[in-house]
Ligand binder design. Structure first.
Ligand code: FMN
Length: 192
């Protein structure tokens, strides 16, 4: 698919058919996810891939933020950020006494989450190119620990949300899109 078509067609789809996602597509989605940029090339990302019997276990502990129809998805990918990877790498170039774990001083914009978000967008674009559909939804803070416990996620990895993937069941475009802000309201050439 032409790149511009991929970008134009990307949207959140919230209802899926029962057809499984081919393994080749799953692998391409994940291979593209790890092609994203990362600060200092830290690559503090991980991806939990859930299908079949794992899905009811996922929905039992997470997914409150998802529309109920998103539960029809045959595949969930949970992108995770590892802050520790960034601290460990940046600390190597730190001056004496600098505490790089202090987010308010060093990480007002946490790079680990930015990079995982970039990886997630690559997944969403690859989904479109594969003829599939997806919805990204948030994981509520209170769902973190039950999700960790259910799938053995290490304590230093934080889910930034979840991506439901499958074939579009013919969901209508939601009316959010009509509220897309005009470009000239958001872009500031030369001065705000
Ligand atoms: C950080 C973030 C959190 C979101 N959380 C949810 C969510 O919890 N549930 C949901 O249905 N959609 C969620 N969305 C999807 C947005 O509602 C959607 O991207 C937006 O309305 C624009 O629509 P489009 O992506 O179809 O163009 C989220 C998107 C982002 C980027």
């Amino acid at each position: 698919m032409d790149f511009q078509d991929v970008v134009r067609h990307r949207r959140m789809v919230r209802s899926f058919t029962a057809a499984p996602v081919p393994q080749a597509s799953v692998e391409r989605i994940l291979r593209n996810a790890v092609r994203g940029p990362s600060a200092g090339f830290c690559q503090g990302q991980a991806f939990l891939v859930l299908r079949g019997p794992e899905l009811p276990r996922f929905w039992a502990v997470a997914g409150e933020a998802a529309y109920p129809s998103v539960r029809t998805a045959p595949l969930i990918i949970v992108p995770l950020s590892c802050k520790r990877s960034y601290i460990d790498q940046y600390v190597q170039n730190a001056d004496e006494g600098e505490d790089w774990s202090d987010e308010s001083t060093w990480w007002p914009v946490p790079f680990w989450h930015i990079d995982t978000g970039m990886a997630t967008l690559l997944m969403l674009l690859t989904v479109v190119d594969e003829g599939l559909a997806a919805c990204y939804f948030g994981i509520m803070p209170r769902e973190f620990e039950p999700l960790r416990a259910a799938f053995g996620i290490p304590a230093d990895h934080a889910p930034i949300g979840a991506v439901a993937v499958g074939y579009d069941a013919g969901s209508s475009r939601d009316d959010y899109r009509s509220r897309r802000r005009p470009l000239d309201e958001m872009v500031h050439y030369r001065h705000w």
